[in-house]
Design a protein around this ligand. Structure first.
Ligand code: SAM
Length: 275
């Protein structure tokens, strides 16, 4: 059973604060307390510590994180309409919820979060990938956060966690798994949301590697994966033509006739080093 708090049910919170969901802000709210508790547990709330939540909205996941044992939640919400509802949660959990009214894409988490904080979020679909890429491309590594437990559209979750040689393997898989371990934990049916989105969602957990999987410069890795997966059906000697083609592949010790979807992350890093 999820931990109970004395706050009103989320449906009443939405009605009391007139929080009609806005599509432009990717607002699909979760009301199911068993589900929010399951996500909070997957994020490690029971172990305590500080959590960073992007897009708390009316506060379903926020309440679950606090109820399941987080010592502190720092939550950044762009929609000012949600702030009064979040203030009520802060009052129910004194000193444990810090609310930041801002755009998460603009914030520098390193200046806000204590090292070792964990990130948990039901991300807005329209900016979820951009926020993840922002976290994965941080200049200094390992980052300030110790784990990411995030909700995405299932198709994005599959791309983040895909292994070489599979359909969803691409730029996002290489970037994510070069710096993190990535695991798809469970799916969330579209009917769990208000309003229901058009597709199934999934929870993904990423943990930063102490060192990237293989040495290379991030900018070079991005150049290589952009060129390779830009023409994913072509052989490397063709797709990497502008970057050195066959000679580059050979310098990296990779068969120039290989296709990008079959290359391991270590092989992409070797191509980036050869560049
Ligand atoms: N956490 C709530 C839940 O699980 O029910 C709401 C999740 S809803 C999918 C996404 C939330 O992110 C909305 O509350 C939306 O206002 C907020 N949001 C959208 N873009 C944002 C941004 N750039 N920065 C911070 N919050 C944002």
């Amino acid at each position: 059973m999820p931990a109970a708090d004395k706050l009103p049910p989320l449906r009443d919170v939405i009605a009391a604060h007139d929080l009609a969901p806005k599509k432009s802000l990717g607002q699909n709210f979760l009301f199911d307390l068993n589900l929010t508790a399951k996500i909070a547990r997957a994020a490690g709330a029971a172990e305590g510590g500080t959590f960073y939540e992007v897009g708390p909205g009316p506060g379903g996941l926020t309440r679950a994180l606090l109820g399941e044992g987080a010592d502190k939640v720092i939550a950044v919400e762009r929609d000012a309409r949600c702030l009064p509802a979040l203030e009520e949660i802060a009052a129910a959990y004194p000193g444990r919820l810090q609310i930041i009214s801002d755009d998460a894409l603009e914030l520098d988490e390193a200046g806000i979060l204590p090292r070792g904080s964990r990130i948990a979020a039901n991300l807005p679909y329209n900016v979820g990938t951009a926020i993840l890429i922002k976290w994965l491309t941080a200049e200094s590594w390992p980052p300030v956060w110790a784990s990411l437990t995030l909700m995405f559209q299932k198709e994005v979750a599959q791309r983040i966690t895909a292994r070489p040689g599979t359909e969803h393997y691409g730029r996002l898989s290489v970037l994510a798994q070069w710096r993190c371990t990535a695991k798809l934990l469970f799916d969330v049916n579209r009917g769990a949301f208000v309003p229901p989105p058009s597709v199934t969602s999934s929870i993904v957990r990423l943990e930063p590697r102490a060192q990237p999987l293989a040495p290379c410069a991030l900018a070079d890795l991005e150049k290589i994966t952009a060129a390779s997966f830009g023409q994913r059906r072509k052989m490397l000697r063709q797709s990497l033509k502008a970057l050195g083609g066959e000679a580059l592949a050979e310098k990296a010790g990779i068969d120039p006739t290989a296709r990008p979807e079959d290359l391991t992350i270590e092989q992409f890093a070797a191509l980036a080093r050869a560049l």
